[in-house]
Design a protein around this ligand. Sequence first.
Ligand SMILES: [Zn+2]
Ligand SMILES: [Zn+2]
Length: 368
Amino acid sequence: MTARTGRAVVLEEFNASPRLREFPLPQAPDGGVIVACGYGGICGTDLHLQQGHLDIPTPLVLGHEGLGVVRELGAGTRHDATGAPLAAGDTVMWASSIACGVCPPCRLHREPTLCERRRTYGVNRALADGPELSGAWADHIVLEPGTTVIKVPDATDPLAAMSLACAGPTVAHALYERRPVRLGETVVVQGSGPVGLAAAAFARLAGAAKVIIVGGPAGRLARAASAGIGDVHLDIVGAADPEAVLQQVRAATGGGGADLVIECAGVPAAVGQGLTLARRGGSYLIIGQYTDAGDTLINPHQIVHRQLDVVGSWAFTGAHLVEYVRLLPALTAHFDLASLVTPFPLERHADALTAVADGSVMKAVLMP
Ligand SMILES: [Zn+2]
Ligand SMILES: [Zn+2]
């Protein structure tokens, strides 16, 4: 048996490079699982965590999206979230957060994504709270009871599964529950990061007739196109005249605007633009403004005159991760998801964060 220690990337202070540290590996907790992480995804949220934009405890192990192999099951753990038998050696993914189940959003409003006390691996689990190995940027993670764990079919390429590890469940929540895509719709997606690509890919699987991605920079749009995601790709980031690009988007919808516009850009100004891209009677689904990036100017007349349904969607729960994993065979049959991923060894976590920050990679994944 190998030594019972694990290495993990620890955020010790904001705006400083995280550090690789070693911790003892405990026994699997009752009802929990110890997973040998093979892959830990880096998400835009991790940049915000590192830069201190969110109120989180430090030091903590980073990594809220991962895929790995079950090393040890705690007493009483026998099945994954779907009821399938779980054993050491199985490849799994796990949901980043556990809803408390008792706060008003959980119990009364039937909205566990809005839980007031959700605990999230790699985000709000301080080292001091233990177990220390509580993030996916590590060679092991200790999953506590209540974690949604789902087996990943052996035939699935792990890099493909990791490509949309956080974006996929986020969009599953938005498109399953907040505003589904209907057959034959024309859909505009604002943003060409992982969330935008997940939205565009899911919209196609859901039966959209045409999917237009407006985003940038151009390299990201080219990567989306070569992965087979989206029918039309328009660069607004590098455009000298953004209004001209918005006109091109409207023209690509047939002139009248999209049935559904999905905001995945995360830039406040995108919202004022997005309102003008929907047809009269259409819908605007806003997913990208996960971090509070500030105020923006909108023309509310656009909402009333177009009679828009404007809908927000926040985060995801374990159920949405299960839906994402179930969709993986269909997603990988249609789209080259693995091509979106750039792997980095765990030791190169700082380089990987830099690459995500400067947009030179679509999706960085750390591999212990
Ligand atoms: Zn994320
Ligand atoms: Zn709750």
